[in-house]
Design a protein around this ligand. Structure first.
Ligand SMILES: N[C@@H](CCC(=O)N[C@@H](CS)C(=O)NCC(=O)O)C(=O)O
Length: 208
């Protein structure tokens, strides 16, 4: 049994959908981000960064949504959510997961929390939006040349991750759905029962 500390629509959504795709038993603990629960001593004992998600795995609190999705894919190979080591798609899988984690998600952090970056918040948000938009171009080109999923004909955690980040862009000047290949990917991911169930449990409004 896993325990996922989450907030609706936050980075924990990747882990929540992945748990459901895996069919793994889990328990949810909601963290009140607006109320600042993530900064309290009880939550900091679980996650010293004061972020969601935290996933308790075999009694140990683990962090970082990308790492958690990759860990779940590894622990539940029957769900086939990631290419196995030694397979042809493995390098692209690692590259895409790290690209989303290192380049795209941090740009969203700047968009949502510009004060953390120091400097002029409006300029930081503009720069973040430009980085995010360039990521959409990169992912759309990839889908156009080798879709319909980011790894070709195989769905996996990388598609869930991309869909979560695309959803975060819905209030940006140019949201991901403005790119037709990304809109198609979003429709595919969000039609899956796991995404729909997680959205229902988290009480998220319909998207896309
Ligand atoms: N690198 C972390 C970042 C997680 C993150 O930024 N979580 C946000 C919600 S999407 C959060 O906890 N925000 C509350 C805060 O920073 O106070 C991860 O990928 O898990």
């Amino acid at each position: 049994m896993y325990t996922l500390h989450y907030a609706p629509g936050a980075a924990s959504q990747l882990v929540h959908v992945t748990l459901l795709e895996c069919g793994a038993p889990y328990h949810l603990e909601r963290v009140d981000l607006e109320g600042g629960q993530q900064h309290g001593a009880a939550y900091r004992a679980l996650n010293p960064h004061g972020h969601v998600p935290t996933l308790v795995v075999d009694g140990h609190p683990q962090h970082e949504c990308a790492a958690l999705a990759m860990l779940l894919a590894e622990r539940h190979p029957e769900a086939a959510l990631a290419p196995l080591p030694g397979t042809a798609q493995r390098a692209d899988y690692l590259e895409l997961m790290l690209y989303l984690a290192n380049s795209v998600q941090p740009a969203f952090r700047h968009w949502f929390y510009p004060q953390e970056a120091g400097g002029d918040p409006a300029a930081i948000k503009d720069a973040a939006a430009a980085r995010i938009e360039s990521a959409w171009q990169h992912l759309a080109a990839r889908l156009e040349s080798a879709g319909p999923w980011l790894l070709g004909d195989t769905f996996g955690v990388v598609d869930i991750y991309a869909a979560m980040l695309m959803r975060w862009s819905r209030h940006l000047p140019r949201p991901a759905l403005a790119c037709a290949p990304l809109a198609d990917l979003a429709a595919r991911v969000t039609a899956r029962p796991a995404w729909r169930r997680a959205a229902e449990i988290e009480g998220l409004p319909a998207w896309p």
